[in-house]
Design a protein around this ligand. Structure first.
Ligand SMILES: Cc1cc2nc3c(=O)[nH]c(=O)nc-3n(C[C@H](O)[C@H](O)[C@H](O)COP(=O)(O)OP(=O)(O)OC[C@H]3O[C@@H](n4cnc5c(N)ncnc54)[C@H](O)[C@@H]3O)c2cc1C
Length: 442
């Protein structure tokens, strides 16, 4: 997303910086221990992050779009249905039914050459098409987690905790994933992801005080949740239905529907935990713009867009889905108290040994770290850096020195599940006792 913004919308990017968004370059993200190995390489300039709140992003984007003479924003008008016709036996969309909710639900129809569904995770187009007998193929996988967020602001004069001197501000304890999302103007958000099955913890994080208390037990989060450093600006918000959803609009090279293109979440939705949704959306939209410019025929347009979507978006979706699946297995093993490190087949031994070797090599070698960042930043297809011979050799060398040594790179950065459950039980009991005492006194 950052690179597409930089290449195509330099003014928009400036608007982001004016609004307080920050740019973190590759060297800002590189751990100090690896900086001594740093020599600039072509492509490093593409490894950067744009940091701001979602509210800032949406406001800046909205103002920028508002200034474009070719775009009209109809804020109170909703797409509430579709009109279709048959084109050589295939259903083609020929109109959108609109409802203006601020104007007595006035109905109208909008017609165009092509219709683009960018209506996000609640898109109704596949349902509307299904109702007229067009069966859109849909893959739907539940990540089996709930995502909780709380927003904070740094206190006057306080500085953001260093991303290098402290434990990493994002991690996975098996039963709980966490992360700090630094924003703009001293704002930041903390997310906690819990498996659906972690009922006690899920009940606890809904309460802001318990949310903070849980964060304080995690070394990577504790420096952020400190009364001298920051204060909460919101309660906790939960969001469920974290599903990976993939829709195909072309079956066996034959479009299911013509004049219709779905981009972003309405076509490929991934777990928000990985922060890939905005990049997928903008990349997908640019692929579509190229297709619409290069092809005029509705069937060719659908086929070309489908092909590019499969080539460029599907690998990102697949990698996110794999991470969801392994997260589910890991959480299940932790809940059952199973040892996740014992291999029960040669294949699983190799997978574990490779994972440990990679984790240790990333920590020690800049070229492996850079490769991983290329995947993380979606500069390449996920995992492509593992095809690089130098990186493969380094990982092989680490595998040869043995799993035990490599596994030290993968320390549990926080309490075990049992410790966390005990912590939360004690915190709740103490809070309830104090509340009862106060009630008695008053
Ligand atoms: C809790 C959470 C945290 C996330 N964090 C990140 C992150 O850190 N980084 C990241 O990259 N991604 C993140 N994502 C994912 C990201 O928000 C989405 O992938 C991205 O917004 C998808 O963009 P979109 O344009 O496809 O859809 P959306 O951003 O959802 O936009 C859809 C738009 O369509 C409008 N709309 C819907 N239906 C209709 C209708 N019938 N008529 C008219 N308008 C309609 C909606 O009002 C909305 O404005 C997060 C998602 C969630 C839920």
């Amino acid at each position: 997303m950052c690179n597409l913004l930089e290449e195509n919308y330099p003014e928009l990017l400036e608007d982001f910086f004016t609004a307080g968004a920050r740019r973190l370059n590759f060297t800002d993200l590189t751990p100090p221990a690896l900086l001594s190995q740093y020599q600039q390489q072509p492509g490093d300039e593409k490894l950067w992050l744009l940091m701001c709140r979602r509210a800032t992003m949406e406001t800046v984007l909205r103002r920028y779009v508002d200034k474009q003479p070719s775009i009209q924003i109809k804020n109170t008008t909703y797409v509430t249905g579709i009109q279709t016709k048959r084109d050589n036996g295939t259903v083609a969309i020929c109109g959108l039914e609109l409802t203006d909710r601020l104007n007595n639900n006035a109905k109208s129809v909008y017609q165009a050459d092509a219709y683009i569904d960018a209506s996000g995770r609640s898109s109704k187009f596949s349902q509307w098409l299904g109702a007229i007998g067009v069966d859109i193929s849909e893959q739907h996988d539940d990540a089996e987690i709930v995502y909780y967020t709380r927003h904070y602001k740094l206190n006057e004069g306080a500085v953001e905790p260093s991303r290098h001197d402290n434990e990493p501000a994002a991690g996975d304890l098996g039963y709980l994933k966490y992360g700090v999302f630094p924003g703009d103007g001293g704002h930041f958000a903390i997310i906690i992801c819990l498996p659906n099955a972690e009922t006690e913890l899920r009940a606890a994080v809904k309460n802001g005080d318990y949310f903070d208390s849980i964060c304080r037990t995690i070394p990577g989060l504790a420096p952020w949740i400190n009364e001298t450093v920051s204060h909460a600006t919101t309660d906790t918000f939960g969001i469920g239905e974290i599903h990976a959803v993939w829709r195909d609009w072309v079956s066996q090279d034959k479009p299911d529907v013509l004049n219709f293109f779905a981009v972003g979440d309405s076509s490929a939705r991934t777990n928000p935990l990985y922060g890939r949704g905005c990049s997928i959306g903008i990349l997908h939209a640019h692929l579509l713009a190229d297709v619409l410019t290069d092809n005029q025929d509705p069937t060719q347009r659908a086929q070309a867009f489908h092909k590019l979507t499969q080539e460029r978006i599907r690998p990102i979706f697949d990698a996110s889905l794999r991470e969801d699946k392994s997260g589910i297995k890991r959480a299940d093993a932790v809940k059952k108290g199973l040892d996740r490190d014992t291999a029960n087949s040669i294949k699983s031994w190799f997978r574990l040994a490779f994972g440990d070797a990679l984790a240790a090599a990333v920590r020690d070698h800049l070229h492996v770290f850079r490769g991983m960042m290329r995947t993380f930043n979606l500069i390449e297809k996920p995992g492509e850096f593992l095809q690089d011979n130098k990186i493969r050799l380094t990982i092989l060398r680490y595998m040869l020195r043995g799993r035990k040594r490599n596994a030290k790179a993968r320390v549990q950065r926080g309490p075990t599940r049992a410790e966390m459950l005990a912590h939360i039980a004690t915190t709740i009991t103490a809070t309830e006792t104090t509340a009862q005492q106060n009630k008695g006194t008053s």
